[in-house]
Write a protein that binds this ligand. Structure first.
Ligand code: PLP
Length: 385
């Protein structure tokens, strides 16, 4: 059994992919070809943003967005420690400092109440939450909520805080393309939304890729410039420090073929997730995903909380024995990563994230998972809980 079955998907769209790749080979515009523009237009329209910029990866999408705000040393970015390292790494790459805010146990996303507390602590109004050792020398600039496992963070609550505090809001939508929040699409919920086309994400290409979405023309122009070495009026007029952050035309061609069936796949993911939740209901000690009213998850992952670490270990071992893959996202919150040692955080600073790291695990999840496969998976879980 596959954790993410890209082969079944490819069978559906093989001809479309072949034709689109052959087109690129015949026009030969391998960098910034017409497919790039087409995929930007189609995805901007889909998520409901005015501008979209295709780029080299989800990580680079975050870096480009931060570059558009001129982020650098001395700046601080508030984000969750319960995410893939790229979220906070993007800030650190530019010399800025991530400040972590613990999550809500039910959604696994940044907790708006703790966001308030952290900002208050930063201003010296309380000492109820941990801050990085160098916090006194920093200026708060923005917040990056993550739509973890495909479920959007609580943007209304977060937006209220960022507006009051004059902070920018970047949506890390690397896992949530296809998701919705109160009638709006994921990727369109921040001042800039950043997604990833890594092959295993809900909408992936056959390599690395990403996209930035915004309604702000000035920011869109800055991100475009930053993605081609800070280009100004022409290729050899460089006005800001940027990077080589472009999206390959061949990958844009692949993405166009995948996008043709994407909305159908999002619906198939809903069915698979619903089936899991139905089958898993009532198994002792297990918590299935919570989807608040008005939200739709893109189901990048179907993640459940075991009662404790031993139960998780036992279930995963039993699944593995039957050749069924499972995964732990994320075994270590970012405050405990060696790469962020210099921030001076310690175990116990983010109890909810740390608790989740101990108990969470994800089951095979993709649009082509069959009910028979799901039955088999849940049967093993049930007998080992
Ligand atoms: C995958 C991911 C990224 C980075 O995307 P890449 O395309 O792999 O660089 C960033 N944030 C989160 C939450 C992710 O899951």
């Amino acid at each position: 059994m596959q954790f993410v079955d890209l082969a079944s998907q490819q069978k559906r769209i093989k001809e479309n992919i072949d034709t689109r790749i052959a087109n690129v080979l015949s026009h030969g515009k391998y960098i910034l070809g017409p497919e790039n523009k087409e995929v930007e237009e189609r995805l901007a329209a889909y998520v409901g943003s005015k501008y979209a910029l295709a780029c080299s990866s989800g990580t680079d999408a975050l870096v480009l967005a931060l570059m558009a705000y001129g982020i650098g040393p001395g700046d601080a970015i508030l984000t969750t420690p319960f995410t893939f390292i790229a979220t906070a790494e993007a800030a650190s790459l530019l010399g800025a400092t991530p400040i972590f805010v613990d999550i809500d146990l039910k959604t696994f996303n940044i907790d708006p109440v703790k966001l308030e507390e952290t900002i208050a602590a930063f201003k010296g109004k309380n000492n109820s939450v941990a801050l990085p050792v160098n916090h006194a020398s920093l200026t708060l600039k923005g917040v990056i909520p993550v739509d973890l496992f495909g479920l959007c963070a609580d943007y209304d609550a977060i937006r209220e805080i960022t507006e009051r505090e004059k902070l920018f809001l970047l949506e890390d939508a690397a896992q949530s393309m296809g998701g919705e929040y109160k009638g709006r699409k994921a990727c369109s919920l921040g001042d800039i939304g950043c997604t990833s086309f890594f092959p295993a994400k809900p909408l992936g290409c056959y390599g690395d890729g990403g996209m930035c979405f915004t309604d702000d023309k000035a920011k869109a122009d800055l991100m475009f410039s930053a993605s081609i070495h800070g280009t100004g009026k022409s290729q050899y007029d460089n006005v800001i420090i940027g990077m080589n952050g472009r999206f390959d035309t061949i990958q844009a061609a692949v993405l166009l073929a995948k996008f043709d069936i994407f909305e159908d796949e999002v619906e198939l993911r809903q069915k698979v997730a619903q089936k899991y939740t139905e089958l898993l209901a009532g198994i002792k000690g297990l918590n299935t995903p919570y989807i608040p009213e008005g939200y739709k998850s893109a189901w990048a992952q179907y993640s459940i909380l075991a009662d404790n670490n031993e139960q998780r270990t036992k279930i995963r071992a039993a699944l593995q024995e039957k050749g069924i893959p499972s995964a732990v996202y994320y075994p270590k919150p970012l405050n405990m990563q060696t790469a962020f040692e210099s921030l001076g955080y310690k175990l116990g600073d983010f109890p909810v994230s740390e608790d989740c790291s101990d108990r969470i695990f994800s089951l095979p999840m993709h649009p082509y998972l069959t009910e028979a496969e799901q039955g088999l998976i849940v049967d093993i879980i049930s007998r080992n809980s």
